[in-house]
Design a protein around this ligand. Structure first.
Ligand SMILES: Nc1ncnc2c1ncn2[C@@H]1O[C@H](COP(=O)(O)OP(=O)(O)OP(=O)(O)O)[C@@H](O)[C@H]1O
Length: 353
């Protein structure tokens, strides 16, 4: 169990677009903050004031550099934070607040059933002493109405095939699998319960490009292949090509805060990202400018009072010594950006001059 953090930091630095409002949220995160209490009283601000919805029928990609807090956010949603973590804010899955739900509720009704997890470290999540087949069969038996030896065997094989896990490796134990195969086994397990929310934390690590495409397409299909249209995907990824391939919206995280949230097509295409950090992330891609963002992210235990990106930002001014409030910037589709100097597409800039 984790303690509750001070609510004072709850809404600082949050960002959310108002672009697609017609669909009901599967998950509503409001002012989610996570602090790690370290020996000597040091506090690590791993997540600060995250605010976003994941709506039914959509894939939201959460992107950002290593160490910016993406996995901590995912762990908070699943009640899997270590004991030195404090949380604040709300994360509503229907009417259940995941941040205050007790372990019994999370274990019995949430993990696997209402939230399917594709974990970041699949090898650590697979049971080491059981074959993949037996883990799939057990999960099918626990999460679906399928019963009977032959039916369970078929269902386990179907589940493996959904994640492109080769049938020839089903009788292997996790230590006999490559990183990519372990990833596919974990993805197969996550898909079994057909949970309304799929939370995929770096689901494509260790996969080659073809398998990346196949895996993320399968995750996307999980959202799309339901008549009710009531499923959603939150995908945490470093792989911007994978995000571009399947995401409807993109949230960019920097130093524990969501600094930009908007439509994926506008983000990856025109007019492009609005936050200077988001632009830097795209410009770092080999098929774009291949220019890394200069400098390093700040220590989460010693964040500045103002914009945490300012020391690396070529647009920063004295104003950036104060925290930027998230705001919607024109033109549509709406994008919410936490920046004093967001990029504005040329015609808008001219209109303002
Ligand atoms: N148990 C912990 N105690 C203290 N700090 C922690 C703990 N777990 C994570 N952190 C810190 O929280 C920060 C965010 O970590 P997180 O794993 O969420 O980053 P990430 O964005 O998912 O990175 P990556 O993409 O590499 O997984 C890091 O600075 C990490 O060191």
């Amino acid at each position: 169990m984790t303690a509750r953090a001070d609510a004072g930091s709850a809404d600082a630095g949050s960002a959310e677009t108002g672009a697609v409002t017609e669909r009901a949220p599967v998950l509503s995160v409001r002012g989610l903050s996570v602090r790690f209490l370290m020996p000597g009283g040091r506090r690590i601000a791993a997540v600060t004031g995250a605010r976003f919805d994941v709506r039914s029928g959509e894939c939201l990609a959460l992107i950002g550099e290593s160490g910016c807090g993406k996995s901590v956010l995912a762990s908070a949603l699943l009640g899997l934070l270590p004991g030195n973590a404090q949380t604040a804010g709300q994360a509503l899955l229907g009417d259940l607040d995941l941040l205050t739900a007790d372990e019994r509720t999370l274990a019995r009704t949430v993990r696997g059933r209402r939230i399917g997890l594709v974990p970041q470290s699949p090898a650590a999540h697979l049971t080491p002493v059981r074959t993949v087949r037996s883990q799939l069969r057990e999960t099918v038996a626990a999460l679906t109405p399928v019963r009977g030896r032959a039916a369970l065997r078929t269902a386990a094989e179907t589940a493996a095939a959904r994640a492109a896990f080769p049938a020839g490796h089903l009788d292997h134990h996790p230590h006999q699998l490559s990183g990519g195969l372990a990833q596919r086994a974990a993805t197969a397990l996550a898909l079994v319960g057909d949970a309304p929310l799929l939370l995929a934390d770096e689901p494509t690590t260790g996969l080659d490009r073809d398998l990346v495409d196949r895996t993320v397409d399968e995750l996307r299909r999980h959202v799309d292949d339901t008549d009710a249209g009531d499923r959603a995907l939150l995908m945490i990824t470093h792989d911007l090509a994978a995000a571009e391939r399947i995401a409807d919206r993109v949230a960019v995280m920097y130093a524990g805060r969501i600094v930009e949230l908007g439509d994926a097509a506008a983000f990856f295409g025109a007019p492009g990202p609005r936050h200077p950090y988001s632009r830097g992330l795209l410009q770092a891609l080999p098929d774009r400018a291949f220019t890394p963002v200069p400098g390093l992210p700040p220590e989460l235990g010693a964040l500045p009072a103002g914009c945490a990106f300012a020391p690396r930002c070529d647009r920063s001014t004295d104003l950036c010594a104060t925290p930027p409030r998230p705001a919607t910037v024109p033109p549509p589709p709406a994008v919410t950006v936490a920046c004093h100097h967001p990029h504005v597409p040329a015609p808008e800039a001219a209109d303002r001059a």
